[in-house]
Design a protein around this ligand. Sequence first.
Ligand code: ADP
Ligand code: ZN
Ligand code: ZN
Length: 802
Amino acid sequence: MNIAKVIVDVPASSINQTFDYLIPEKYADILVPGMRVIVPFGPRKIMGFVVGQTSESSFDSLKEIDEVLDLTPVLTRELLDLGKWLAEETLSLYITAFQVMLPQVLKARYKKELERLTDETLSQDLESLFAGRDFVPYEELEDTNLSYSKVQQAIQDGDVTVNYLVKSRVTKKQVTMIKPNRESHLLEEACQELPGNAKKQQQLLQYFIENPYEVEQNILIKKLKTTRSVIKALLDKQLLIASKKEIYRNPYEDSTFEKTEALELTKEQQQAITPIRNSIRQNQHDVFLIHGVTGSGKTEIYLQAIQDVIKQGKEAIVLVPEISLTPQMVKRFKGRFGSNVAVMHSALSSGEKYDEWRRIHRKEVQVVVGARSAIFAPFENIGIIIIDEEHENSYKQEDNPRYHARDVAIHRGEIHQCPVVLGSATPTLESYARAHKGVYKLATLRKRTNEKDMPDVEIVDMRNELHEGNRSMFSRTLIEKMEHRIAKGEQIVLLLNRRGYSTFVMCRDCGHVKECPHCDIALTYHKNSNRLKCHYCSYEEPMPVFCPSCNSDLIRFFGTGTQRIEESLVQLIPEARVIRMDVDTTRGKGAHEKLLNQFVSKQADILLGTQMIAKGLDFANVTLAGVLTADSMLHLPDFRSSEKTFQLLTQVSGRAGRHDLPGEVIIQTYTPEHYSIQLASHYDFVQFYRIEMNTRKTFQYPPYVFLTLITVSHQNHVTVVQTAQRIAQLLQQQVEDGTVILGPTPSPIARMKDRYRYQCMIKYKSEPNLRRTIKKVIRQFDEDMRKNDLQIHVDMQPYQLM
Ligand code: ADP
Ligand code: ZN
Ligand code: ZN
């Protein structure tokens, strides 16, 4: 077995296969599948994953592996298989599938450099480039105006060569530890011999005489108010000794979490958890759907099921949506399981993420709580996988590999023969339908654990407001209720729909709307900078003074950004203290948390924000929740718009009155009669499910059919149209009867970053060979994709239809 099969880090479909490399003698004993290696590939050196070993190859003159990057495999056997499955399932490349399963820092970085090979004098400009060095980063060459042909000549002459380097980004954090190098009485002697003015050194020695233990240098410096040079002086005298110690960057101080105990479960909770416990005990794979309103005790069920799994010596993966991975949520898990929990979310630095991942990899923890990619946690003995808020879109990755974490969870659950638990107050229609059919096991929690009713919901018809002369974004009822709450010292959460908040610029004379020159989308006005920005590419320009189309000076911004709402809110209720939470105010690290803390400590009366405030938060003092425009999502060209509206409204309602104070919800809308708004106001999920399923059946949408979306993009409009048409034609010839191919049509955003976009949608009930067919069709465009920058994306489970 002296040959390794390697998947190399070249994201191209023509390279999407294993390559054989000889294993050098020195690595023969240590190399196993799942390790990263550096291999020669053409003129370059690149990173690759060893996926297998063999003793025979159909190729001769194999090259050797250059270097082995890991001593223990970063991908377990199971993850190697999972990566293969993922690539096939999502029609993506093996390398992309492997990389998505690992922390960012394990990705390789590539660098090019010029190396001088000769002592003889080079041409003058080359000499000044090397400037006495033997190696020069390639970028330096690119920054000069040296002609490439000159460099090429020097390479041909053998004077210079280009090296391709692979760098691993891994940084393990090390700290310096200091400890005494002699026994205490010897230190005392030394202390007396120190010159009388060396007070700082004496103080330091005195410390170690009293505390003869190893201590971290930084802590020492802080504690004694001493300096590095004082320590160094004693190190040089060999009275102290220093060593390096590798530490984890632990983003959470585990000791600060108050320990919690399992609560006695309510009857409903017991009914829900019993079958889960049975599956755990019998090592059986089942999928459970827990449908329960906010506050019905789902999380407590997760915690107790995990407790069982830990007792069995197994591991648990808990997925929560990125946005609700709040300190409150982390606290629940750390409080119950302490340092046995790793947390993975995007707000951690890449070093912190890597360290949390290593704690899982080394099996130092049994529980991981994380966002989508935590589904790839390198556990090897999984006892349960939990997906909280299973309806959240963020579980679907909208980039290659376009996978849904739920599918990966169920696949891993089968492999480990363990239960998968999905929880939500508003399950997706897909999941609920499966539960209805008995494919998933359904448990329903009808009551809140505190026996409190869900808050009353009042729907306000904004059309009436307008007719009666109120042109503001706030109905009179809402203002009155807010004033009332502020007077009582209670708090308010106000939600503005994400999609509804873009402020576009329009000319009042001619109706001209300012659009991004690279994307077919209106530019968004940003007040702070008085500039217009594109939310898809990063194009921006100053706010125009005159309409570019008719020269009128009546060009104004429209729409309702959070900023504008905040302004008019303060005008209407001058005493209100408002915290605004949106992409702009939460950009920095920890900004999100800081704003929430301010709100919790009652430094504001109103929390105004986009979707990000609707989820997972739990404020004791909030007694009023308001939705400013419930319908802004309802009219999007997306068959899930009613479902999304229902989910959002239900979630916001869950924000108010979770504790002792009774809560109330105001929903402002221009379409109060719409069933998703009506039913959300009565918390009637089951009725919503029935009506929505009927609609889906009538129009043939999921869960009645499956969808696959193919998007073609290119700078040239004609190329895009022709390619998309050809794809549709080829597919049409090969799919089953009854399968429908819609399009090609321009994508809802018909141009993005200067690329035209067309799409075809495949609607089907059963297409066992669809993946193979699509692959075959797309392969015909391989060359255009490689050479001509044509892009074809396939999404086997599209969620973003925009
Ligand atoms: P969900 O996840 O469904 O929103 P939680 O598990 O967060 O519900 O429970 C809501 C609140 O009720 C929490 O404060 C939790 O501590 C409490 N709780 C949960 N189960 C019980 C129980 N069996 N007895 C008492 N309190 C409970
Ligand atoms: Zn105009
Ligand atoms: Zn743009």
